[in-house]
Structure formats: structure tokens, C-alpha cells
Design a protein around this ligand. Structure first.
Ligand code: 13P
Ligand code: SF4
Length: 354
């Protein structure tokens, strides 16, 4: 979308005034008008590492969603301030697992006599509370780019995994990458007594999947894959692992946002691609690679932005940068010390994965 030149100029001026005091991180799903001001861009894993790479920056402006800013706060020093340009930029998937629900789930696992065999693996897309729970119980965090390694690690520590909160990433990684069967997985529904599972089901399962999902990636269907294959002969279907299992199974390639970009960079001229992930990224890639004669289309027929990612727009970024430049610390995301301590343990286990 064309950016208001006045706002672009104001953002540039405020950023220049702040100089090395500010470091702007941008997730690949951010709007073009915002991403142009990012010092680094990346997927969730890369941004978690990059956040800690500028210890001299007093302010880390995170153009992404709340759980990403929390993770950046956990991984950076106490005197660095992480700022989220719009506090309403949450993630509906992360909201699907609350600390109370997860504590209750652990009680259910304990009652069934399986808790001692269970290692929690939590997707980055979760609140700091859930990350702390994970750290406390000997588990690790994963992202869409290291989920397989995280599961391999977890199965060296215990016999079962409780995977939070994205059922699809958990199922897709277990079945597609690790050769488990769908029957090895059970779905824990936090809205039902005992998760809707019997003690026997819990004892038999290898993967206990939390019943969460991404509403953006949940829109892609098997029909969207079949339609695009019929419409564009020879098309390569490349989707994010937050998509449903049937979509991932029908796709040619599966990977994180960073993987998707690398795959398109390496693709030969003349190749055709249908991409199943958020629309800001797909449009940006379609424009970028059109010049190299790579045809890139969005996998679905309907428009599919992540509405919370889109909350970070140029007016919010300008307001944030101008406030910081005037010495007003706004929209700080700060995780309390105890939560931070255990969440960091889980994040560091992820960063130490081979
Ligand atoms: P990645 O950038 O790690 O692929 O994550 C996608 C996502 O949904 C972030 O919210
Ligand atoms: Fe959350 Fe899905 Fe949006 Fe990512 S794309 S922030 S998982 S709602």
C-alpha cells in the first residue's frame, strides 16, 4: 500500500534522531509501509536471536505481535526496553492457551499418571506464562523452523510430548517429519473436562496436542491446493506448517516464513509458486520476484491478512518513534522477573538445540 509521504518523512526523521539508540525489528508479516523501517527482518526464530544482537540499543521497537516482544524482552538485558507500537497487536493462537488452562492440563496428566513421562514443547507463539510453565517442567520452546529438532530433543528427555498451543505444527512435525502416525497424537481440548480425553488415551499417546490453531493459516484448505493445481499446471505449492495436516500433506514444500523466502530465492526463473501463508508477505514476494520471471500467487482465493500483525501500521510506528525521540517511553513490554527466569530457561534450551 502506498505510504503517506509525510508520515514516511516523520518516521525517517525520528529514527535518524534516535540513531543507534533504537533498533527496529520487523516480522515478515508486517506491512510494506512498516517493514521499510526495519533494521532487520526475519521469522520468529531469527528475530529472537537478532533481538539480543544489539546490546547498545536502548530501545528495541518490535514490529510484530505481543508474544514476540515478550520473547525479545526475556532475551535482552534489563536496561534495554522493548516497545510494541500497538499494544493490541496480540495473536489469537497464543490466546488459546492461558496459564490457568495449562496448569489444569498438567493436573489432568498427573491424575492419569503420565505427567512424569511428559516433556512440554511450546511454540514461540505463546505467552511468557506458557513459556515459563515449559521451562519449569523441563521443556523447550520451538519455532516453525526448528520444531523437528525440538521434538527430537524432547523425545530424548521423555516418552511423551505435550505440544502447545498449535495443534497443526505439532501434528505436522510429528507425522510428516518424524514418521509418527496420526494415531500417536491425541487432541487436548481445554474447554472439556479432562481435555476430553480418557486416562487410557493419554497413556497410549506419544503426542498430546493442545487444541489451538492459527486463524489465518486455518483458512487454507485441500480445495485451495486442488484449485491452484488445476488453474496453474506445474505450480509448486509451498505452505507454512501452521496449515492443517491435509493441506501440508498435499503441498510440495513446507516451512517457516524464512524458509519460504529462501526457497523462492533459489527457485529457477520461469517457475510457478502458490504460497500458503499471510498475504503481506506473499504480495511482497510476488512483487520482488516478478522481475526474475517467477510467478508467485496466493494459495487461497480470499484475502487473508493477519489482522493483529496489521495493527502495526505507519501511524503507530511514527507515534512510537517520535515519542521515543522525545524521551517518552511508550508501550513498553516487560515480563516480570519470575516469569522471565523460567521462560528464559525454555528459550535458551531452544537456542542451544543442535
Ligand atoms: P514464522 O515467522 O516463524 O514462520 O512464524 C509465523 C507466524 O505465524 C508468526 O506469527
Ligand atoms: Fe498469530 Fe497466526 Fe497472526 Fe501468526 S499469523 S500472529 S500465529 S494469528
Amino acid at each position: 500500500s502506498p505510504s503517506d509521504p509525510n508520515l514516511v518523512e516523520r518516521a525517517r526523521a525520528a529514527k535518524e534522531k534516535l540513531g543507534s539508540k533504537v533498533f527496529v525489528l520487523g516480522h515478515h508479516y508486517q506491512r510494506d509501509e512498516v517493514i521499510q523501517f526495519a533494521d532487520v527482518t526475519g521469522d520468529s526464530f531469527k528475530l529472537a536471536k537478532d533481538a539480543a544482537a544489539r546490546p547498545e540499543a536502548e530501545y528495541i521497537v518490535f514490529c510484530g505481535v505481543h508474544f514476540m516482544a515478550e520473547s525479545a524482552d526475556i532475551l535482552t538485558s534489563d536496561d534495554q526496553k522493548v516497545v510494541l507500537p500497538d499494544l493490541a497487536a496480540g495473536c489469537s493462537m497464543a490466546d488459546m492457551a492461558t496459564a490457568e488452562q495449562v496448569a489444569e492440563c498438567w493436573d489432568v496428566l498427573t491424575e492419569a499418571g503420565v505427567a512424569e513421562q511428559v516433556v512440554p514443547v511450546s511454540y514461540m507463539n505463546s505467552s511468557a506464562d506458557i513459556k515459563a510453565f515449559t521451562g519449569k517442567h523441563g521443556g523447550t520452546i520451538c519455532t516453525s523452523s526448528n520444531a523437528e529438532r525440538a521434538l527430537e530433543w524432547a523425545f530424548e528427555q521423555g516418552e511423551k510430548v505435550l505440544f502447545l498451543p498449535d495443534q497443526h505444527l505439532g501434528r505436522n512435525t510429528a507425522v510428516r517429519d518424524m514418521g509418527m502416525s496420526l494415531d500417536d497424537c491425541v487432541l487436548y481440548n481445554p474447554h472439556k473436562p479432562n481435555g476430553g480425553l480418557t486416562a487410557e488415551q493419554l497413556r497410549d499417546a506419544k503426542m498430546i496436542l493442545w487444541r489451538g490453531h492459527c486463524s489465518v493459516h486455518g483458512r487454507f484448505s485441500l480445495e485451495s491446493v486442488e484449485d491452484v493445481r488445476a488453474r496453474i499446471p506445474g505450480v509448486n505449492v509451498l505452505v507454512h506448517p501452521e496449515c492443517k495436516h491435509e493441506v501440508v500433506s498435499a503441498a510440495d514444500y513446507v516451512g517457516s516464513t524464512e524458509y519460504i523466502i529462501k526457497a523462492l530465492e533459489a527457485a529457477p526463473a520461469g517457475s510457478k509458486w502458490a504460497i500458503g501463508t499471510e498475504l503481506n508477505l506473499v504480495r511482497r514476494l510476488a512483487n520482488r520476484f516478478a522481475a526474475e520471471d517467477k510467478e508467485i500467487v496466493f494459495l487461497d482465493k480470499t484475502v487473508c491478512f493477519c489482522s493483529t500483525m496489521n495493527r502495526i501500521d505507519l501511524p503507530h510506528l511514527v507515534w512510537t518513534l517520535e515519542s521515543l525521540a522525545e524521551g517518552n517511553l511508550v508501550n513498553r513490554i516487560e515480563v516480570d522477573r519470575e516469569t522471565e527466569q523460567f521462560a528464559k530457561l525454555a528459550l535458551e534450551r531452544m537456542l542451544a538445540l543442535p
